[in-house]
Design a protein around this ligand. Structure first.
Ligand SMILES: Nc1ncnc2c1ncn2[C@@H]1O[C@H](COP(=O)(O)OP(=O)(O)O)[C@@H](O)[C@H]1O
Ligand SMILES: CC(=O)OP(=O)(O)O
Ligand SMILES: [Mg+2]
Length: 394
């Protein structure tokens, strides 16, 4: 089987999928899964298209870089053992940051990798791991062409005003601007949307990608007009462990009055805040929804309130609101979150049908809702496979 391997490498996980190279490229992979717990007790879990599931431990050694390399080596051996006729013809990667220069996927080379290394400080939770996976594939399969698919690329259609900070020109000229992320997800959902909401997909739309990382995007005619994430993936919504937008004065105060270092602040903003920090219980929405603790309820309320606030702002950027779309692990599965956001957004013309919402339907707006409300499962891996095949002309 000739196949495209898709990799989405995170700090402690490596998500993978194999898309058979067939005419029209299958929307669903022959196999998908992840190695989780890299750095602790790594485990591979995978699911075949026919529903067969696999689980096994993974042994890794050494420092972080070597552990990721070991995890990939394990994955390649495992893939070959389970698919004796497998021929990986290309690898497509999620690379979170492509800066200002890349508004489309590109073929990877040594030179490009060095260029992308420069964005590591801008996306510390993602970029180093994304690039490490590319280098590991180069080392293990030097002849396989690789493609970088950027989370930032989809947002390069935004008007300049949506990408600007009110900073002195010299600083802005250095590339300190709003980039936006989760673009692979927005692109996939935007292409799927006409099937779900018809012509409204070409109007003013807001998509809420609510996963571990969470952001929202305003679109007009399927193109990004604005996003809640900015220079880094910490701006905007409250997330699993990230603060989202925070008065910069809080950071100055913590540095000047509390002597907090840049490293400690980075940890605070990226790893100790959000649902985890506010609840003091968990970063996982499922755990919080199942908890009776008032702190868990408060964290969920704040999460939904922030989404509703940003929805008003993005409707302004989109010049109105014809549709609201939920995606990502929370957006797709947490009916309570959708219900709460809708309840706060009645003023925009949003009313949802509670039973459709609880049943997990793809259209959840009530008959008298002016705004269409939809739930569209995202498929970042499928988008990467499609980009890779198109770019390499496979
Ligand atoms: N059935 C569910 N109900 C509520 N939340 C869910 C459900 N399934 C997944 N989630 C939440 O989705 C989030 C993870 O989203 P996902 O998009 O998978 O994350 P990632 O950004 O790591 O890809 C977690 O907070 C998880 O609790
Ligand atoms: C950009 C970003 O936040 O990604 P993730 O949701 O995978 O953390
Ligand atoms: Mg995600």
């Amino acid at each position: 089987m000739k196949a495209v391997l898709v990799l989405n490498a995170g700090s402690s996980s490596l998500k993978f999928a194999l898309f058979p190279l067939e005419p029209g490229l299958a929307a669903n992979p022959a196999l998908s899964g992840q190695i989780e717990g890299i750095g602790a007790t790594p485990e591979l879990s995978a699911k075949e298209a026919n529903g067969t599931r696999h689980h096994e431990p993974v042994v890794t050694h050494g420092e972080q870089g070597e552990q990721h390399r070991d995890a990939l080596t394990h994955l390649f051996r495992w893939l070959a053992a389970h698919n004796p006729d497998l021929e990986i013809v290309a690898a497509g990667h999620r690379v979170v940051h492509g800066g200002d220069r890349y508004s489309a996927p590109v073929k990877l080379s040594e030179g490009l990798l060095r260029e992308l290394d420069a964005f590591v400080p801008l996306a510390p939770l993602h970029q180093p791991h994304n690039l490490r996976a590319v280098r590991a594939v180069s080392a293990l399969m030097p002849d396989v062409p690789q493609v970088a698919c950027f989370d930032t690329a989809f947002h390069r259609t935004q008007p300049a005003v949506a990408q600007a900070f009110a900073l002195p020109r010299a600083i802005s000229a250095e590339g300190i601007k709003r980039y936006g992320f989760h673009g692979l997800s927005y692109d996939y959902v935007a292409r799927k949307l006409p099937e779900v909401i018809g012509d409204k997909a070409h109007g003013s739309v807001v998509i809420a990608h609510l996963g571990n990382g969470a952001s929202m995007c305003a679109l007009r005619d399927g193109k990004s007009m604005a996003s809640t994430m900015g220079f880094t993936a910490v701006e905007g919504l409250m997330m699993g462990t990230r603060t989202g937008s925070l008065d910069p004065g809080v950071m100055l105060y913590l540095m000047e009055q509390k002597g907090m270092s840049a490293k400690a602040l980075t940890n605070l903003l990226y790893k100790e805040s959000g649902l985890l920090g506010v609840s003091g219980i968990s970063q996982d929405m499922r755990t919080l929804l199942a908890s009776n603790a008032p702190e868990a309820t408060e964290a969920v309320e704040l999460f939904c309130y922030r989404i509703a606030r940003e929805l008003g702002s993005l409707a302004a950027a989109a010049g109105g609101l014809d549709a609201l779309v939920f995606t990502g692990g929370i957006g797709e599965h947490a009916a309570v979150v959708r219900e709460k956001v809708a309840a706060l957004s009645g003023w925009l013309g949003i009313t949802i049908d509670s039973s459709a919402n609880e049943a997990g339907a793809s259209r959840i707006d009530a008959a008298d809702s002016r705004v269409a409300v939809a739930v569209v499962p995202t498929n970042e891996e499928g988008m990467i496979a499609r980009y890779t095949v198109e770019l390499l002309d496979l």
